[in-house]
Design a protein around this ligand. Structure first.
Ligand code: CTP
Ligand code: MG
Length: 228
């Protein structure tokens, strides 16, 4: 079976609060989106990659990374899950193929982490995601910010992307989640809700999600470290 990728990049980056959308912001010589896609294309075994863009951006002039013959563009949707579903719809993949779903907002994905995910998942046949054990003590708070309790963090992980699942299973899981109106913020949660097993694969803290403006400096630091 083949390995494909879908990159949801159809958000607007509202929390970044810049005039340009987050995925196009320049960072250490490339846009966030280009770094995220290039990390996937660096994996020689990748068959192809669909990037879901805001519909109005499809006609724009595209970067060299987005013009790669393995890259195909499609229009995203109103939510991240809709954009992933649109990308899966555009993917010329078979049900038994694998797909890596990776956020445009995670530009610092290292090859070692990507290969660890792919090797773990293809060896076991169980889909999975990169994740890191949480290091902070976790509090649940009321609307007023009063602590209600402290969670046992022993078994708690922070989910990252890429997340890697069999194409047919993921299509089924996302359809079911949409039908049942479930709030799915990642592919794994849709897979869990549909009853599929999901494997945690230990990633690295460097694979951060760029959400707020100061995250850009941290991401630039990690890119400089990864690509000196
Ligand atoms: N995304 C998408 N389609 C949407 C919303 C988000 O493809 N309708 C993508 C974003 O482009 C990003 C990834 O999903 O690569 C993770 O989302 P997030 O970090 O929340 O990015 P934005 O939604 O753009 O940012 P914000 O929530 O601050 O507006
Ligand atoms: Mg968002």
């Amino acid at each position: 079976s083949d390995i494909w990728a879908v990159v949801p990049a159809a958000g607007s980056g509202s929390r970044m609060a810049q005039s340009q959308s987050k995925q196009y912001l320049p960072l250490y010589g490339r846009s966030l989106l280009d770094w995220s896609v290039a990390a996937l294309l660096d994996y020689a075994g990748l068959r192809g990659c669909v990037v879901a863009l805001p519909e109005g951006d499809l006609g724009r002039e595209h970067s060299a990374v987005l013009s790669d013959p393995r890259v195909q563009l499609c229009a995203g949707g109103a939510s991240r899950a809709d954009s992933v579903a649109a990308g899966l719809g555009a993917l010329p993949a078979r049900d038994e193929d694998w797909v890596l779903v990776h956020d445009a907002a995670r530009p610092c994905l290292g090859q070692a982490q990507l290969e660890a995910l792919i090797e773990t998942v293809t060896a076991s046949g169980v889909g999975g995601l990169l994740a890191t054990p949480v290091t902070d003590t976790l509090k649940r708070g009321s609307a007023e910010g009063r602590v209600t309790d402290t969670l046992d963090r022993d078994s708690i992980w922070s989910a990252q992307t890429p997340q890697m699942f069999q194409v047919g299973d993921l299509r089924t899981a996302l359809h079911q989640a949409a039908h049942r109106n479930l709030k799915v913020t990642d592919e794994a949660s849709a897979m869990e809700a549909a009853g599929f097993p999901v494997q945690l694969v230990r990633g690295a803290g460097s694979n951060l999600k760029v959400t707020y403006a100061p995250d850009m400096q941290l991401a630039a630091f990690w890119l400089k470290t990864l690509y000196p």
